[in-house]
Design a binder for this molecule. Structure first.
Ligand SMILES: CC(C)(COP(=O)(O)OP(=O)(O)OC[C@H]1O[C@@H](n2cnc3c(N)ncnc32)[C@H](O)[C@@H]1OP(=O)(O)O)[C@@H](O)C(=O)NCCC(=O)NCCS
Length: 158
């Protein structure tokens, strides 16, 4: 599928919950009073570090989203704060394509590594990141929520 990247703005935040719905991530983090849009909003108002992007199909549908925190890891590497592909588009290469866009931004900004975290219960996503060249450097217990660990993963961009 031919995709293009579109910058998301504050007005687009509301559309994000629909993309995340139907995933373990949504179930565990965003199905209560704290919503997908609350998490994404925490990266806005944009102070130049947080960025929302959508993967757009040729029919101008939003197939997926990512939130990138520039220099978000130790003020050094870009950090992928959220990656989500809409249910009907999963398993078709959209996630891998978005990861490439994220990595390309890092390279263009002269970064040696890309970083992200993935929850311990999200086994499919963990495997997906490994398949795309990310390696685990550690586990952060009780990171965002008590009882849920986050695998910290990096990829070399050089
Ligand atoms: C994880 C995710 C971003 C991968 O994007 P994608 O477009 O489905 O992935 P691709 O098509 O590029 O790659 C397919 C691989 O993704 C992985 N995958 C993870 N969850 C998947 C799902 N629900 N459906 C299909 N593939 C999934 C599999 O490893 C699959 O490889 P396989 O076909 O060999 O099993 C996407 O499935 C998603 O949004 N999941 C829900 C939200 C989430 O967990 N995000 C990650 C938070 S850290």
């Amino acid at each position: 599928m031919e995709l293009h990247l579109k910058q998301g703005y504050y007005k687009d935040i509301r559309a994000c919950d629909e993309i995340a719905r139907g995933s373990v991530l949504h179930e565990r983090y965003f199905s209560g009073s704290y919503r997908t849009e609350d998490y994404i909003r925490s990266y806005f108002p944009d102070d130049g570090r947080g960025r929302l992007y959508f993967a757009m199909t040729p029919r101008d549908e939003k197939a997926g989203l990512m939130v990138i925190s520039r220099n978000g890891f130790t003020n050094e590497f870009h950090y992928l704060a959220l990656l989500c592909v809409k249910n009907e588009f999963r398993g078709q290469g959209v996630g891998a394509w978005m990861l490439k866009q994220f990595e390309q931004m890092g390279r263009e900004d002269g970064k040696r590594k890309a970083s992200l975290t993935v929850s311990d219960f999200n086994v499919r996503a963990f495997e997906f990141y490994k398949k795309n060249g990310y390696y685990e450097v550690g586990m952060i217990p009780d990171a965002l929520v008590d009882g849920i660990g986050e695998h910290l993963m990096l990829k070399d961009l050089t």
